[in-house]
Design a protein around this ligand. Sequence first.
Ligand code: GLU
Length: 590
Amino acid sequence: MCGIFGYVGSKNAQEVILEGLKRLEYRGYDSWGIAIVADEIKLNKKVGAIGDLLQTSSLQFPTSNIGIGHTRWATHGGISDTNAHPHLSSDKSFALAQNGIVENYSQLKSALLKKGYKFTTETDTEVIVKLIEDKQITKNSLKEAVRVAFLELHGRNTIIVLTKDNQLIAARNGSPLVVGIKGKEIFFSSDTLSFAPFTDKALIVDNGQMVIVKDSKLELFDIKSGKKIPLKIEKIDFKTSKVDKEGYDHFMLKEIHESPYVLNQIVNHGIDAYLDFAKAIKNAENVYTIGSGTAGVAASQIAFYMRVFGKVRAEAVIGADIYEYYNLLEKNDLIIAPSQSGETADVLEVLEIARQRGVKIASYVNMPGSTMIRLSDFKFLSRAGPEICVMSTKVFTSQIAWGYLISKVVSGKGKIGLENLKKLSIAMDEYLNTESNHENIKKQAKVLAKKKDIFLLGKFQNFNIIKEGMIKMIEGSYIHAHGIPAGDLKHYAITLMERGVPVIVVLSEDVAKDDVINAVNQVKARGALVYGIAPKNHDKFDYFIPVPDTGETSAIMNVIPLQLLAYYMAVERGNNVDKPRNIAKSVTVK
Ligand code: GLU
């Protein structure tokens, strides 16, 4: 799920590539690498994040106007300088970087070993390099060798190749690939945001296509047939592409603070654009909401709102856990997929299969020009601006707020939904800008950051919210957290309630309130320490974190104190808040 970047043009390639990689770092930061052409291919690759490199040293490459770069999230082979991309061919005539997994790499490798090829890394990527070398023996051009080699790869992959004779070649099947164009300057990348400072004109490369730039000429080909395809250049809508901490210590805190703005983006968009979509939801036989990780929780909350307000039988499914549903997907069904990147492999695979069955697809995506948007019948952009912290905050808030609004439109009460979101945005803004809220949460975070296990309780509108709180704590502080449905507690997790265990409870003024209070009593009776996030204090709370009561949108409001708690816990533990260990933001591998 790495990021790839390529550049050719009048600027110094290494500088443009470094800038691009910095913007792609959310996709992986195990190692980075850059290759440029200056008479020969020069390579520099190292373990660590590109950001670290920028602070400590420079590349010390000669000036060049062509090159490629990669930021890795290792899937095959340890995190080492040798396994870092790009990988150089044996005769040093080309360098290659990959995003994805070559699922048949061991079969390909055995065949190549038998032919006498030697391998110096443990990656699946080097197999592609050697396979291209092998094809070069029979093909008369490198382009042809890349094309036929790529056809032999199984899995979701995108590769980018830099040749010693100043060509850039890239091929796509599954993992993202976009090309930015500014006159004679060409940018290859995994997302459009990485070249946003340079251009808003882009060619979105589809699966099964390859692009080549030679002598400033860009050409697109169908990989299977090798035939040329006409270029379709699009204008990308980058409203807010600025990537800057703007005085905050971390992107996470800045992005939490942007939540009211994100809600306003939804409010300002109005409801007219959703009327046909709402009709399709009502007419669908089955509505499935699908996502992975935090977007999976958002999908679940969207389904909740569809059931409660839209009176629609909506069901949430996790992207990677959909197999049994493949039997059920039919023409009159509708899938709703919220996603930050629009490139999550687990979800894309579902959408591709669903499309073949004639299922209608709706997506709510933050990254303009992404694959999910292109697969969708109903396409909506969240316009939340770049989310740089690997942990999703403002985009999650945007996704569930959007789901709430859609459910209201479905029920014919879209205007009330808009009004409620407007009020929520104001309440959230005030909450976030009240110092005492931060001080209180920081104080609790200091204590919680020392615990081994943290439990969270919630029900009804808050069940997904505590699950999201759990995810944020696990991601940010590496502490074991466990979200428990408040009503189900007594059936199993009650065994874990001992003296002093911390239990965070999220309580709203709703139909579930009494049940949740019962659960609070049950854990208190066993000596648990209860941290209550609620509009009103309760005598069973040991610590109280007040939140405004925003009625129907309370669950969305309750996300904020949980995100802040997770943020301050991560800071307290001295963790890398914006880049937690082992995870990447956009998971484009299965
Ligand atoms: N499979 C390749 C590797 O482990 C690329 C992974 C990625 O997409 O970052 O090096």
